[in-house]
Design a protein around this ligand. Structure first.
Ligand code: S3P
Length: 169
């Protein structure tokens, strides 16, 4: 029998992609990274989509691509904003198992600081502005993230621990 997909959700830098791929291997599921899926089909980077078309067009596309994903036995790493727009969280909770990778704001800051130029929402921020920005956006997003079926502390999470959460219920 086919098992439902696992959706990994959480803030930028929470480990959705880096834990998602080995998790998929442990579960013998396929792995899909939603951002990469969109980039491949649009022929543009997420950054180009944000700059050329704006965030609201990106969110429409993200909504449509999310709903067009092949489901079944897959681990799907979503974008940090995916659960917070377009009723995506309700939809993911209906069709799959959602897991919130919860990471402390200070740790997110340390992870994101060297990589902030790669992310359209962060690239305009100075190092001093980054931590307050993360705290503010995380507070806005937590009510959505917290609707996940599983909430897992991912400050120092190993993939085996994440696997155990999903296989022990
Ligand atoms: C976003 C997170 C990004 C990407 C886009 C918007 C967000 O994904 O979808 O830049 O709104 O938090 P990651 O969480 O994989 O960086």
């Amino acid at each position: 029998m086919q098992q439902p997909p696992v959706f990994l959700i959480g803030f930028m830098g929470s480990g959705k992609t880096s834990l998602g791929y080995p998790l998929a291997q442990l579960l013998r599921f396929e792995f899909i990274d939603l951002d990469q899926w969109i980039e491949q089909r649009e022929g543009k980077t997420i950054h180009e989509l944000f700059v050329q078309e704006g965030e609201s067009v990106f969110r429409q596309k993200e909504r449509a691509y999310l709903r067009s994903l092949p489901l079944g036995q897959r681990v799907i790493a979503t974008g940090g904003g995916t659960p917070c727009h377009e009723q995506n969280m309700d939809w993911m909770n209906r069709v799959g198992t959602t897991v919130y990778l919860q990471v402390d704001a200070q740790i997110l800051y340390e992870r994101l600081l060297p990589h902030r130029n790669e992310r359209p929402l962060l690239r305009h921020l100075s190092p001093e502005e980054l931590l307050p920005f993360i705290k503010r956006l995380l507070a806005q997003r937590e009510p959505y993230y917290r609707q996940a079926k599983h909430i897992v502390c991912a400050d120092q999470l190993r993939v085996e621990q994440l696997h155990a959460v999903l296989t022990s219920c």
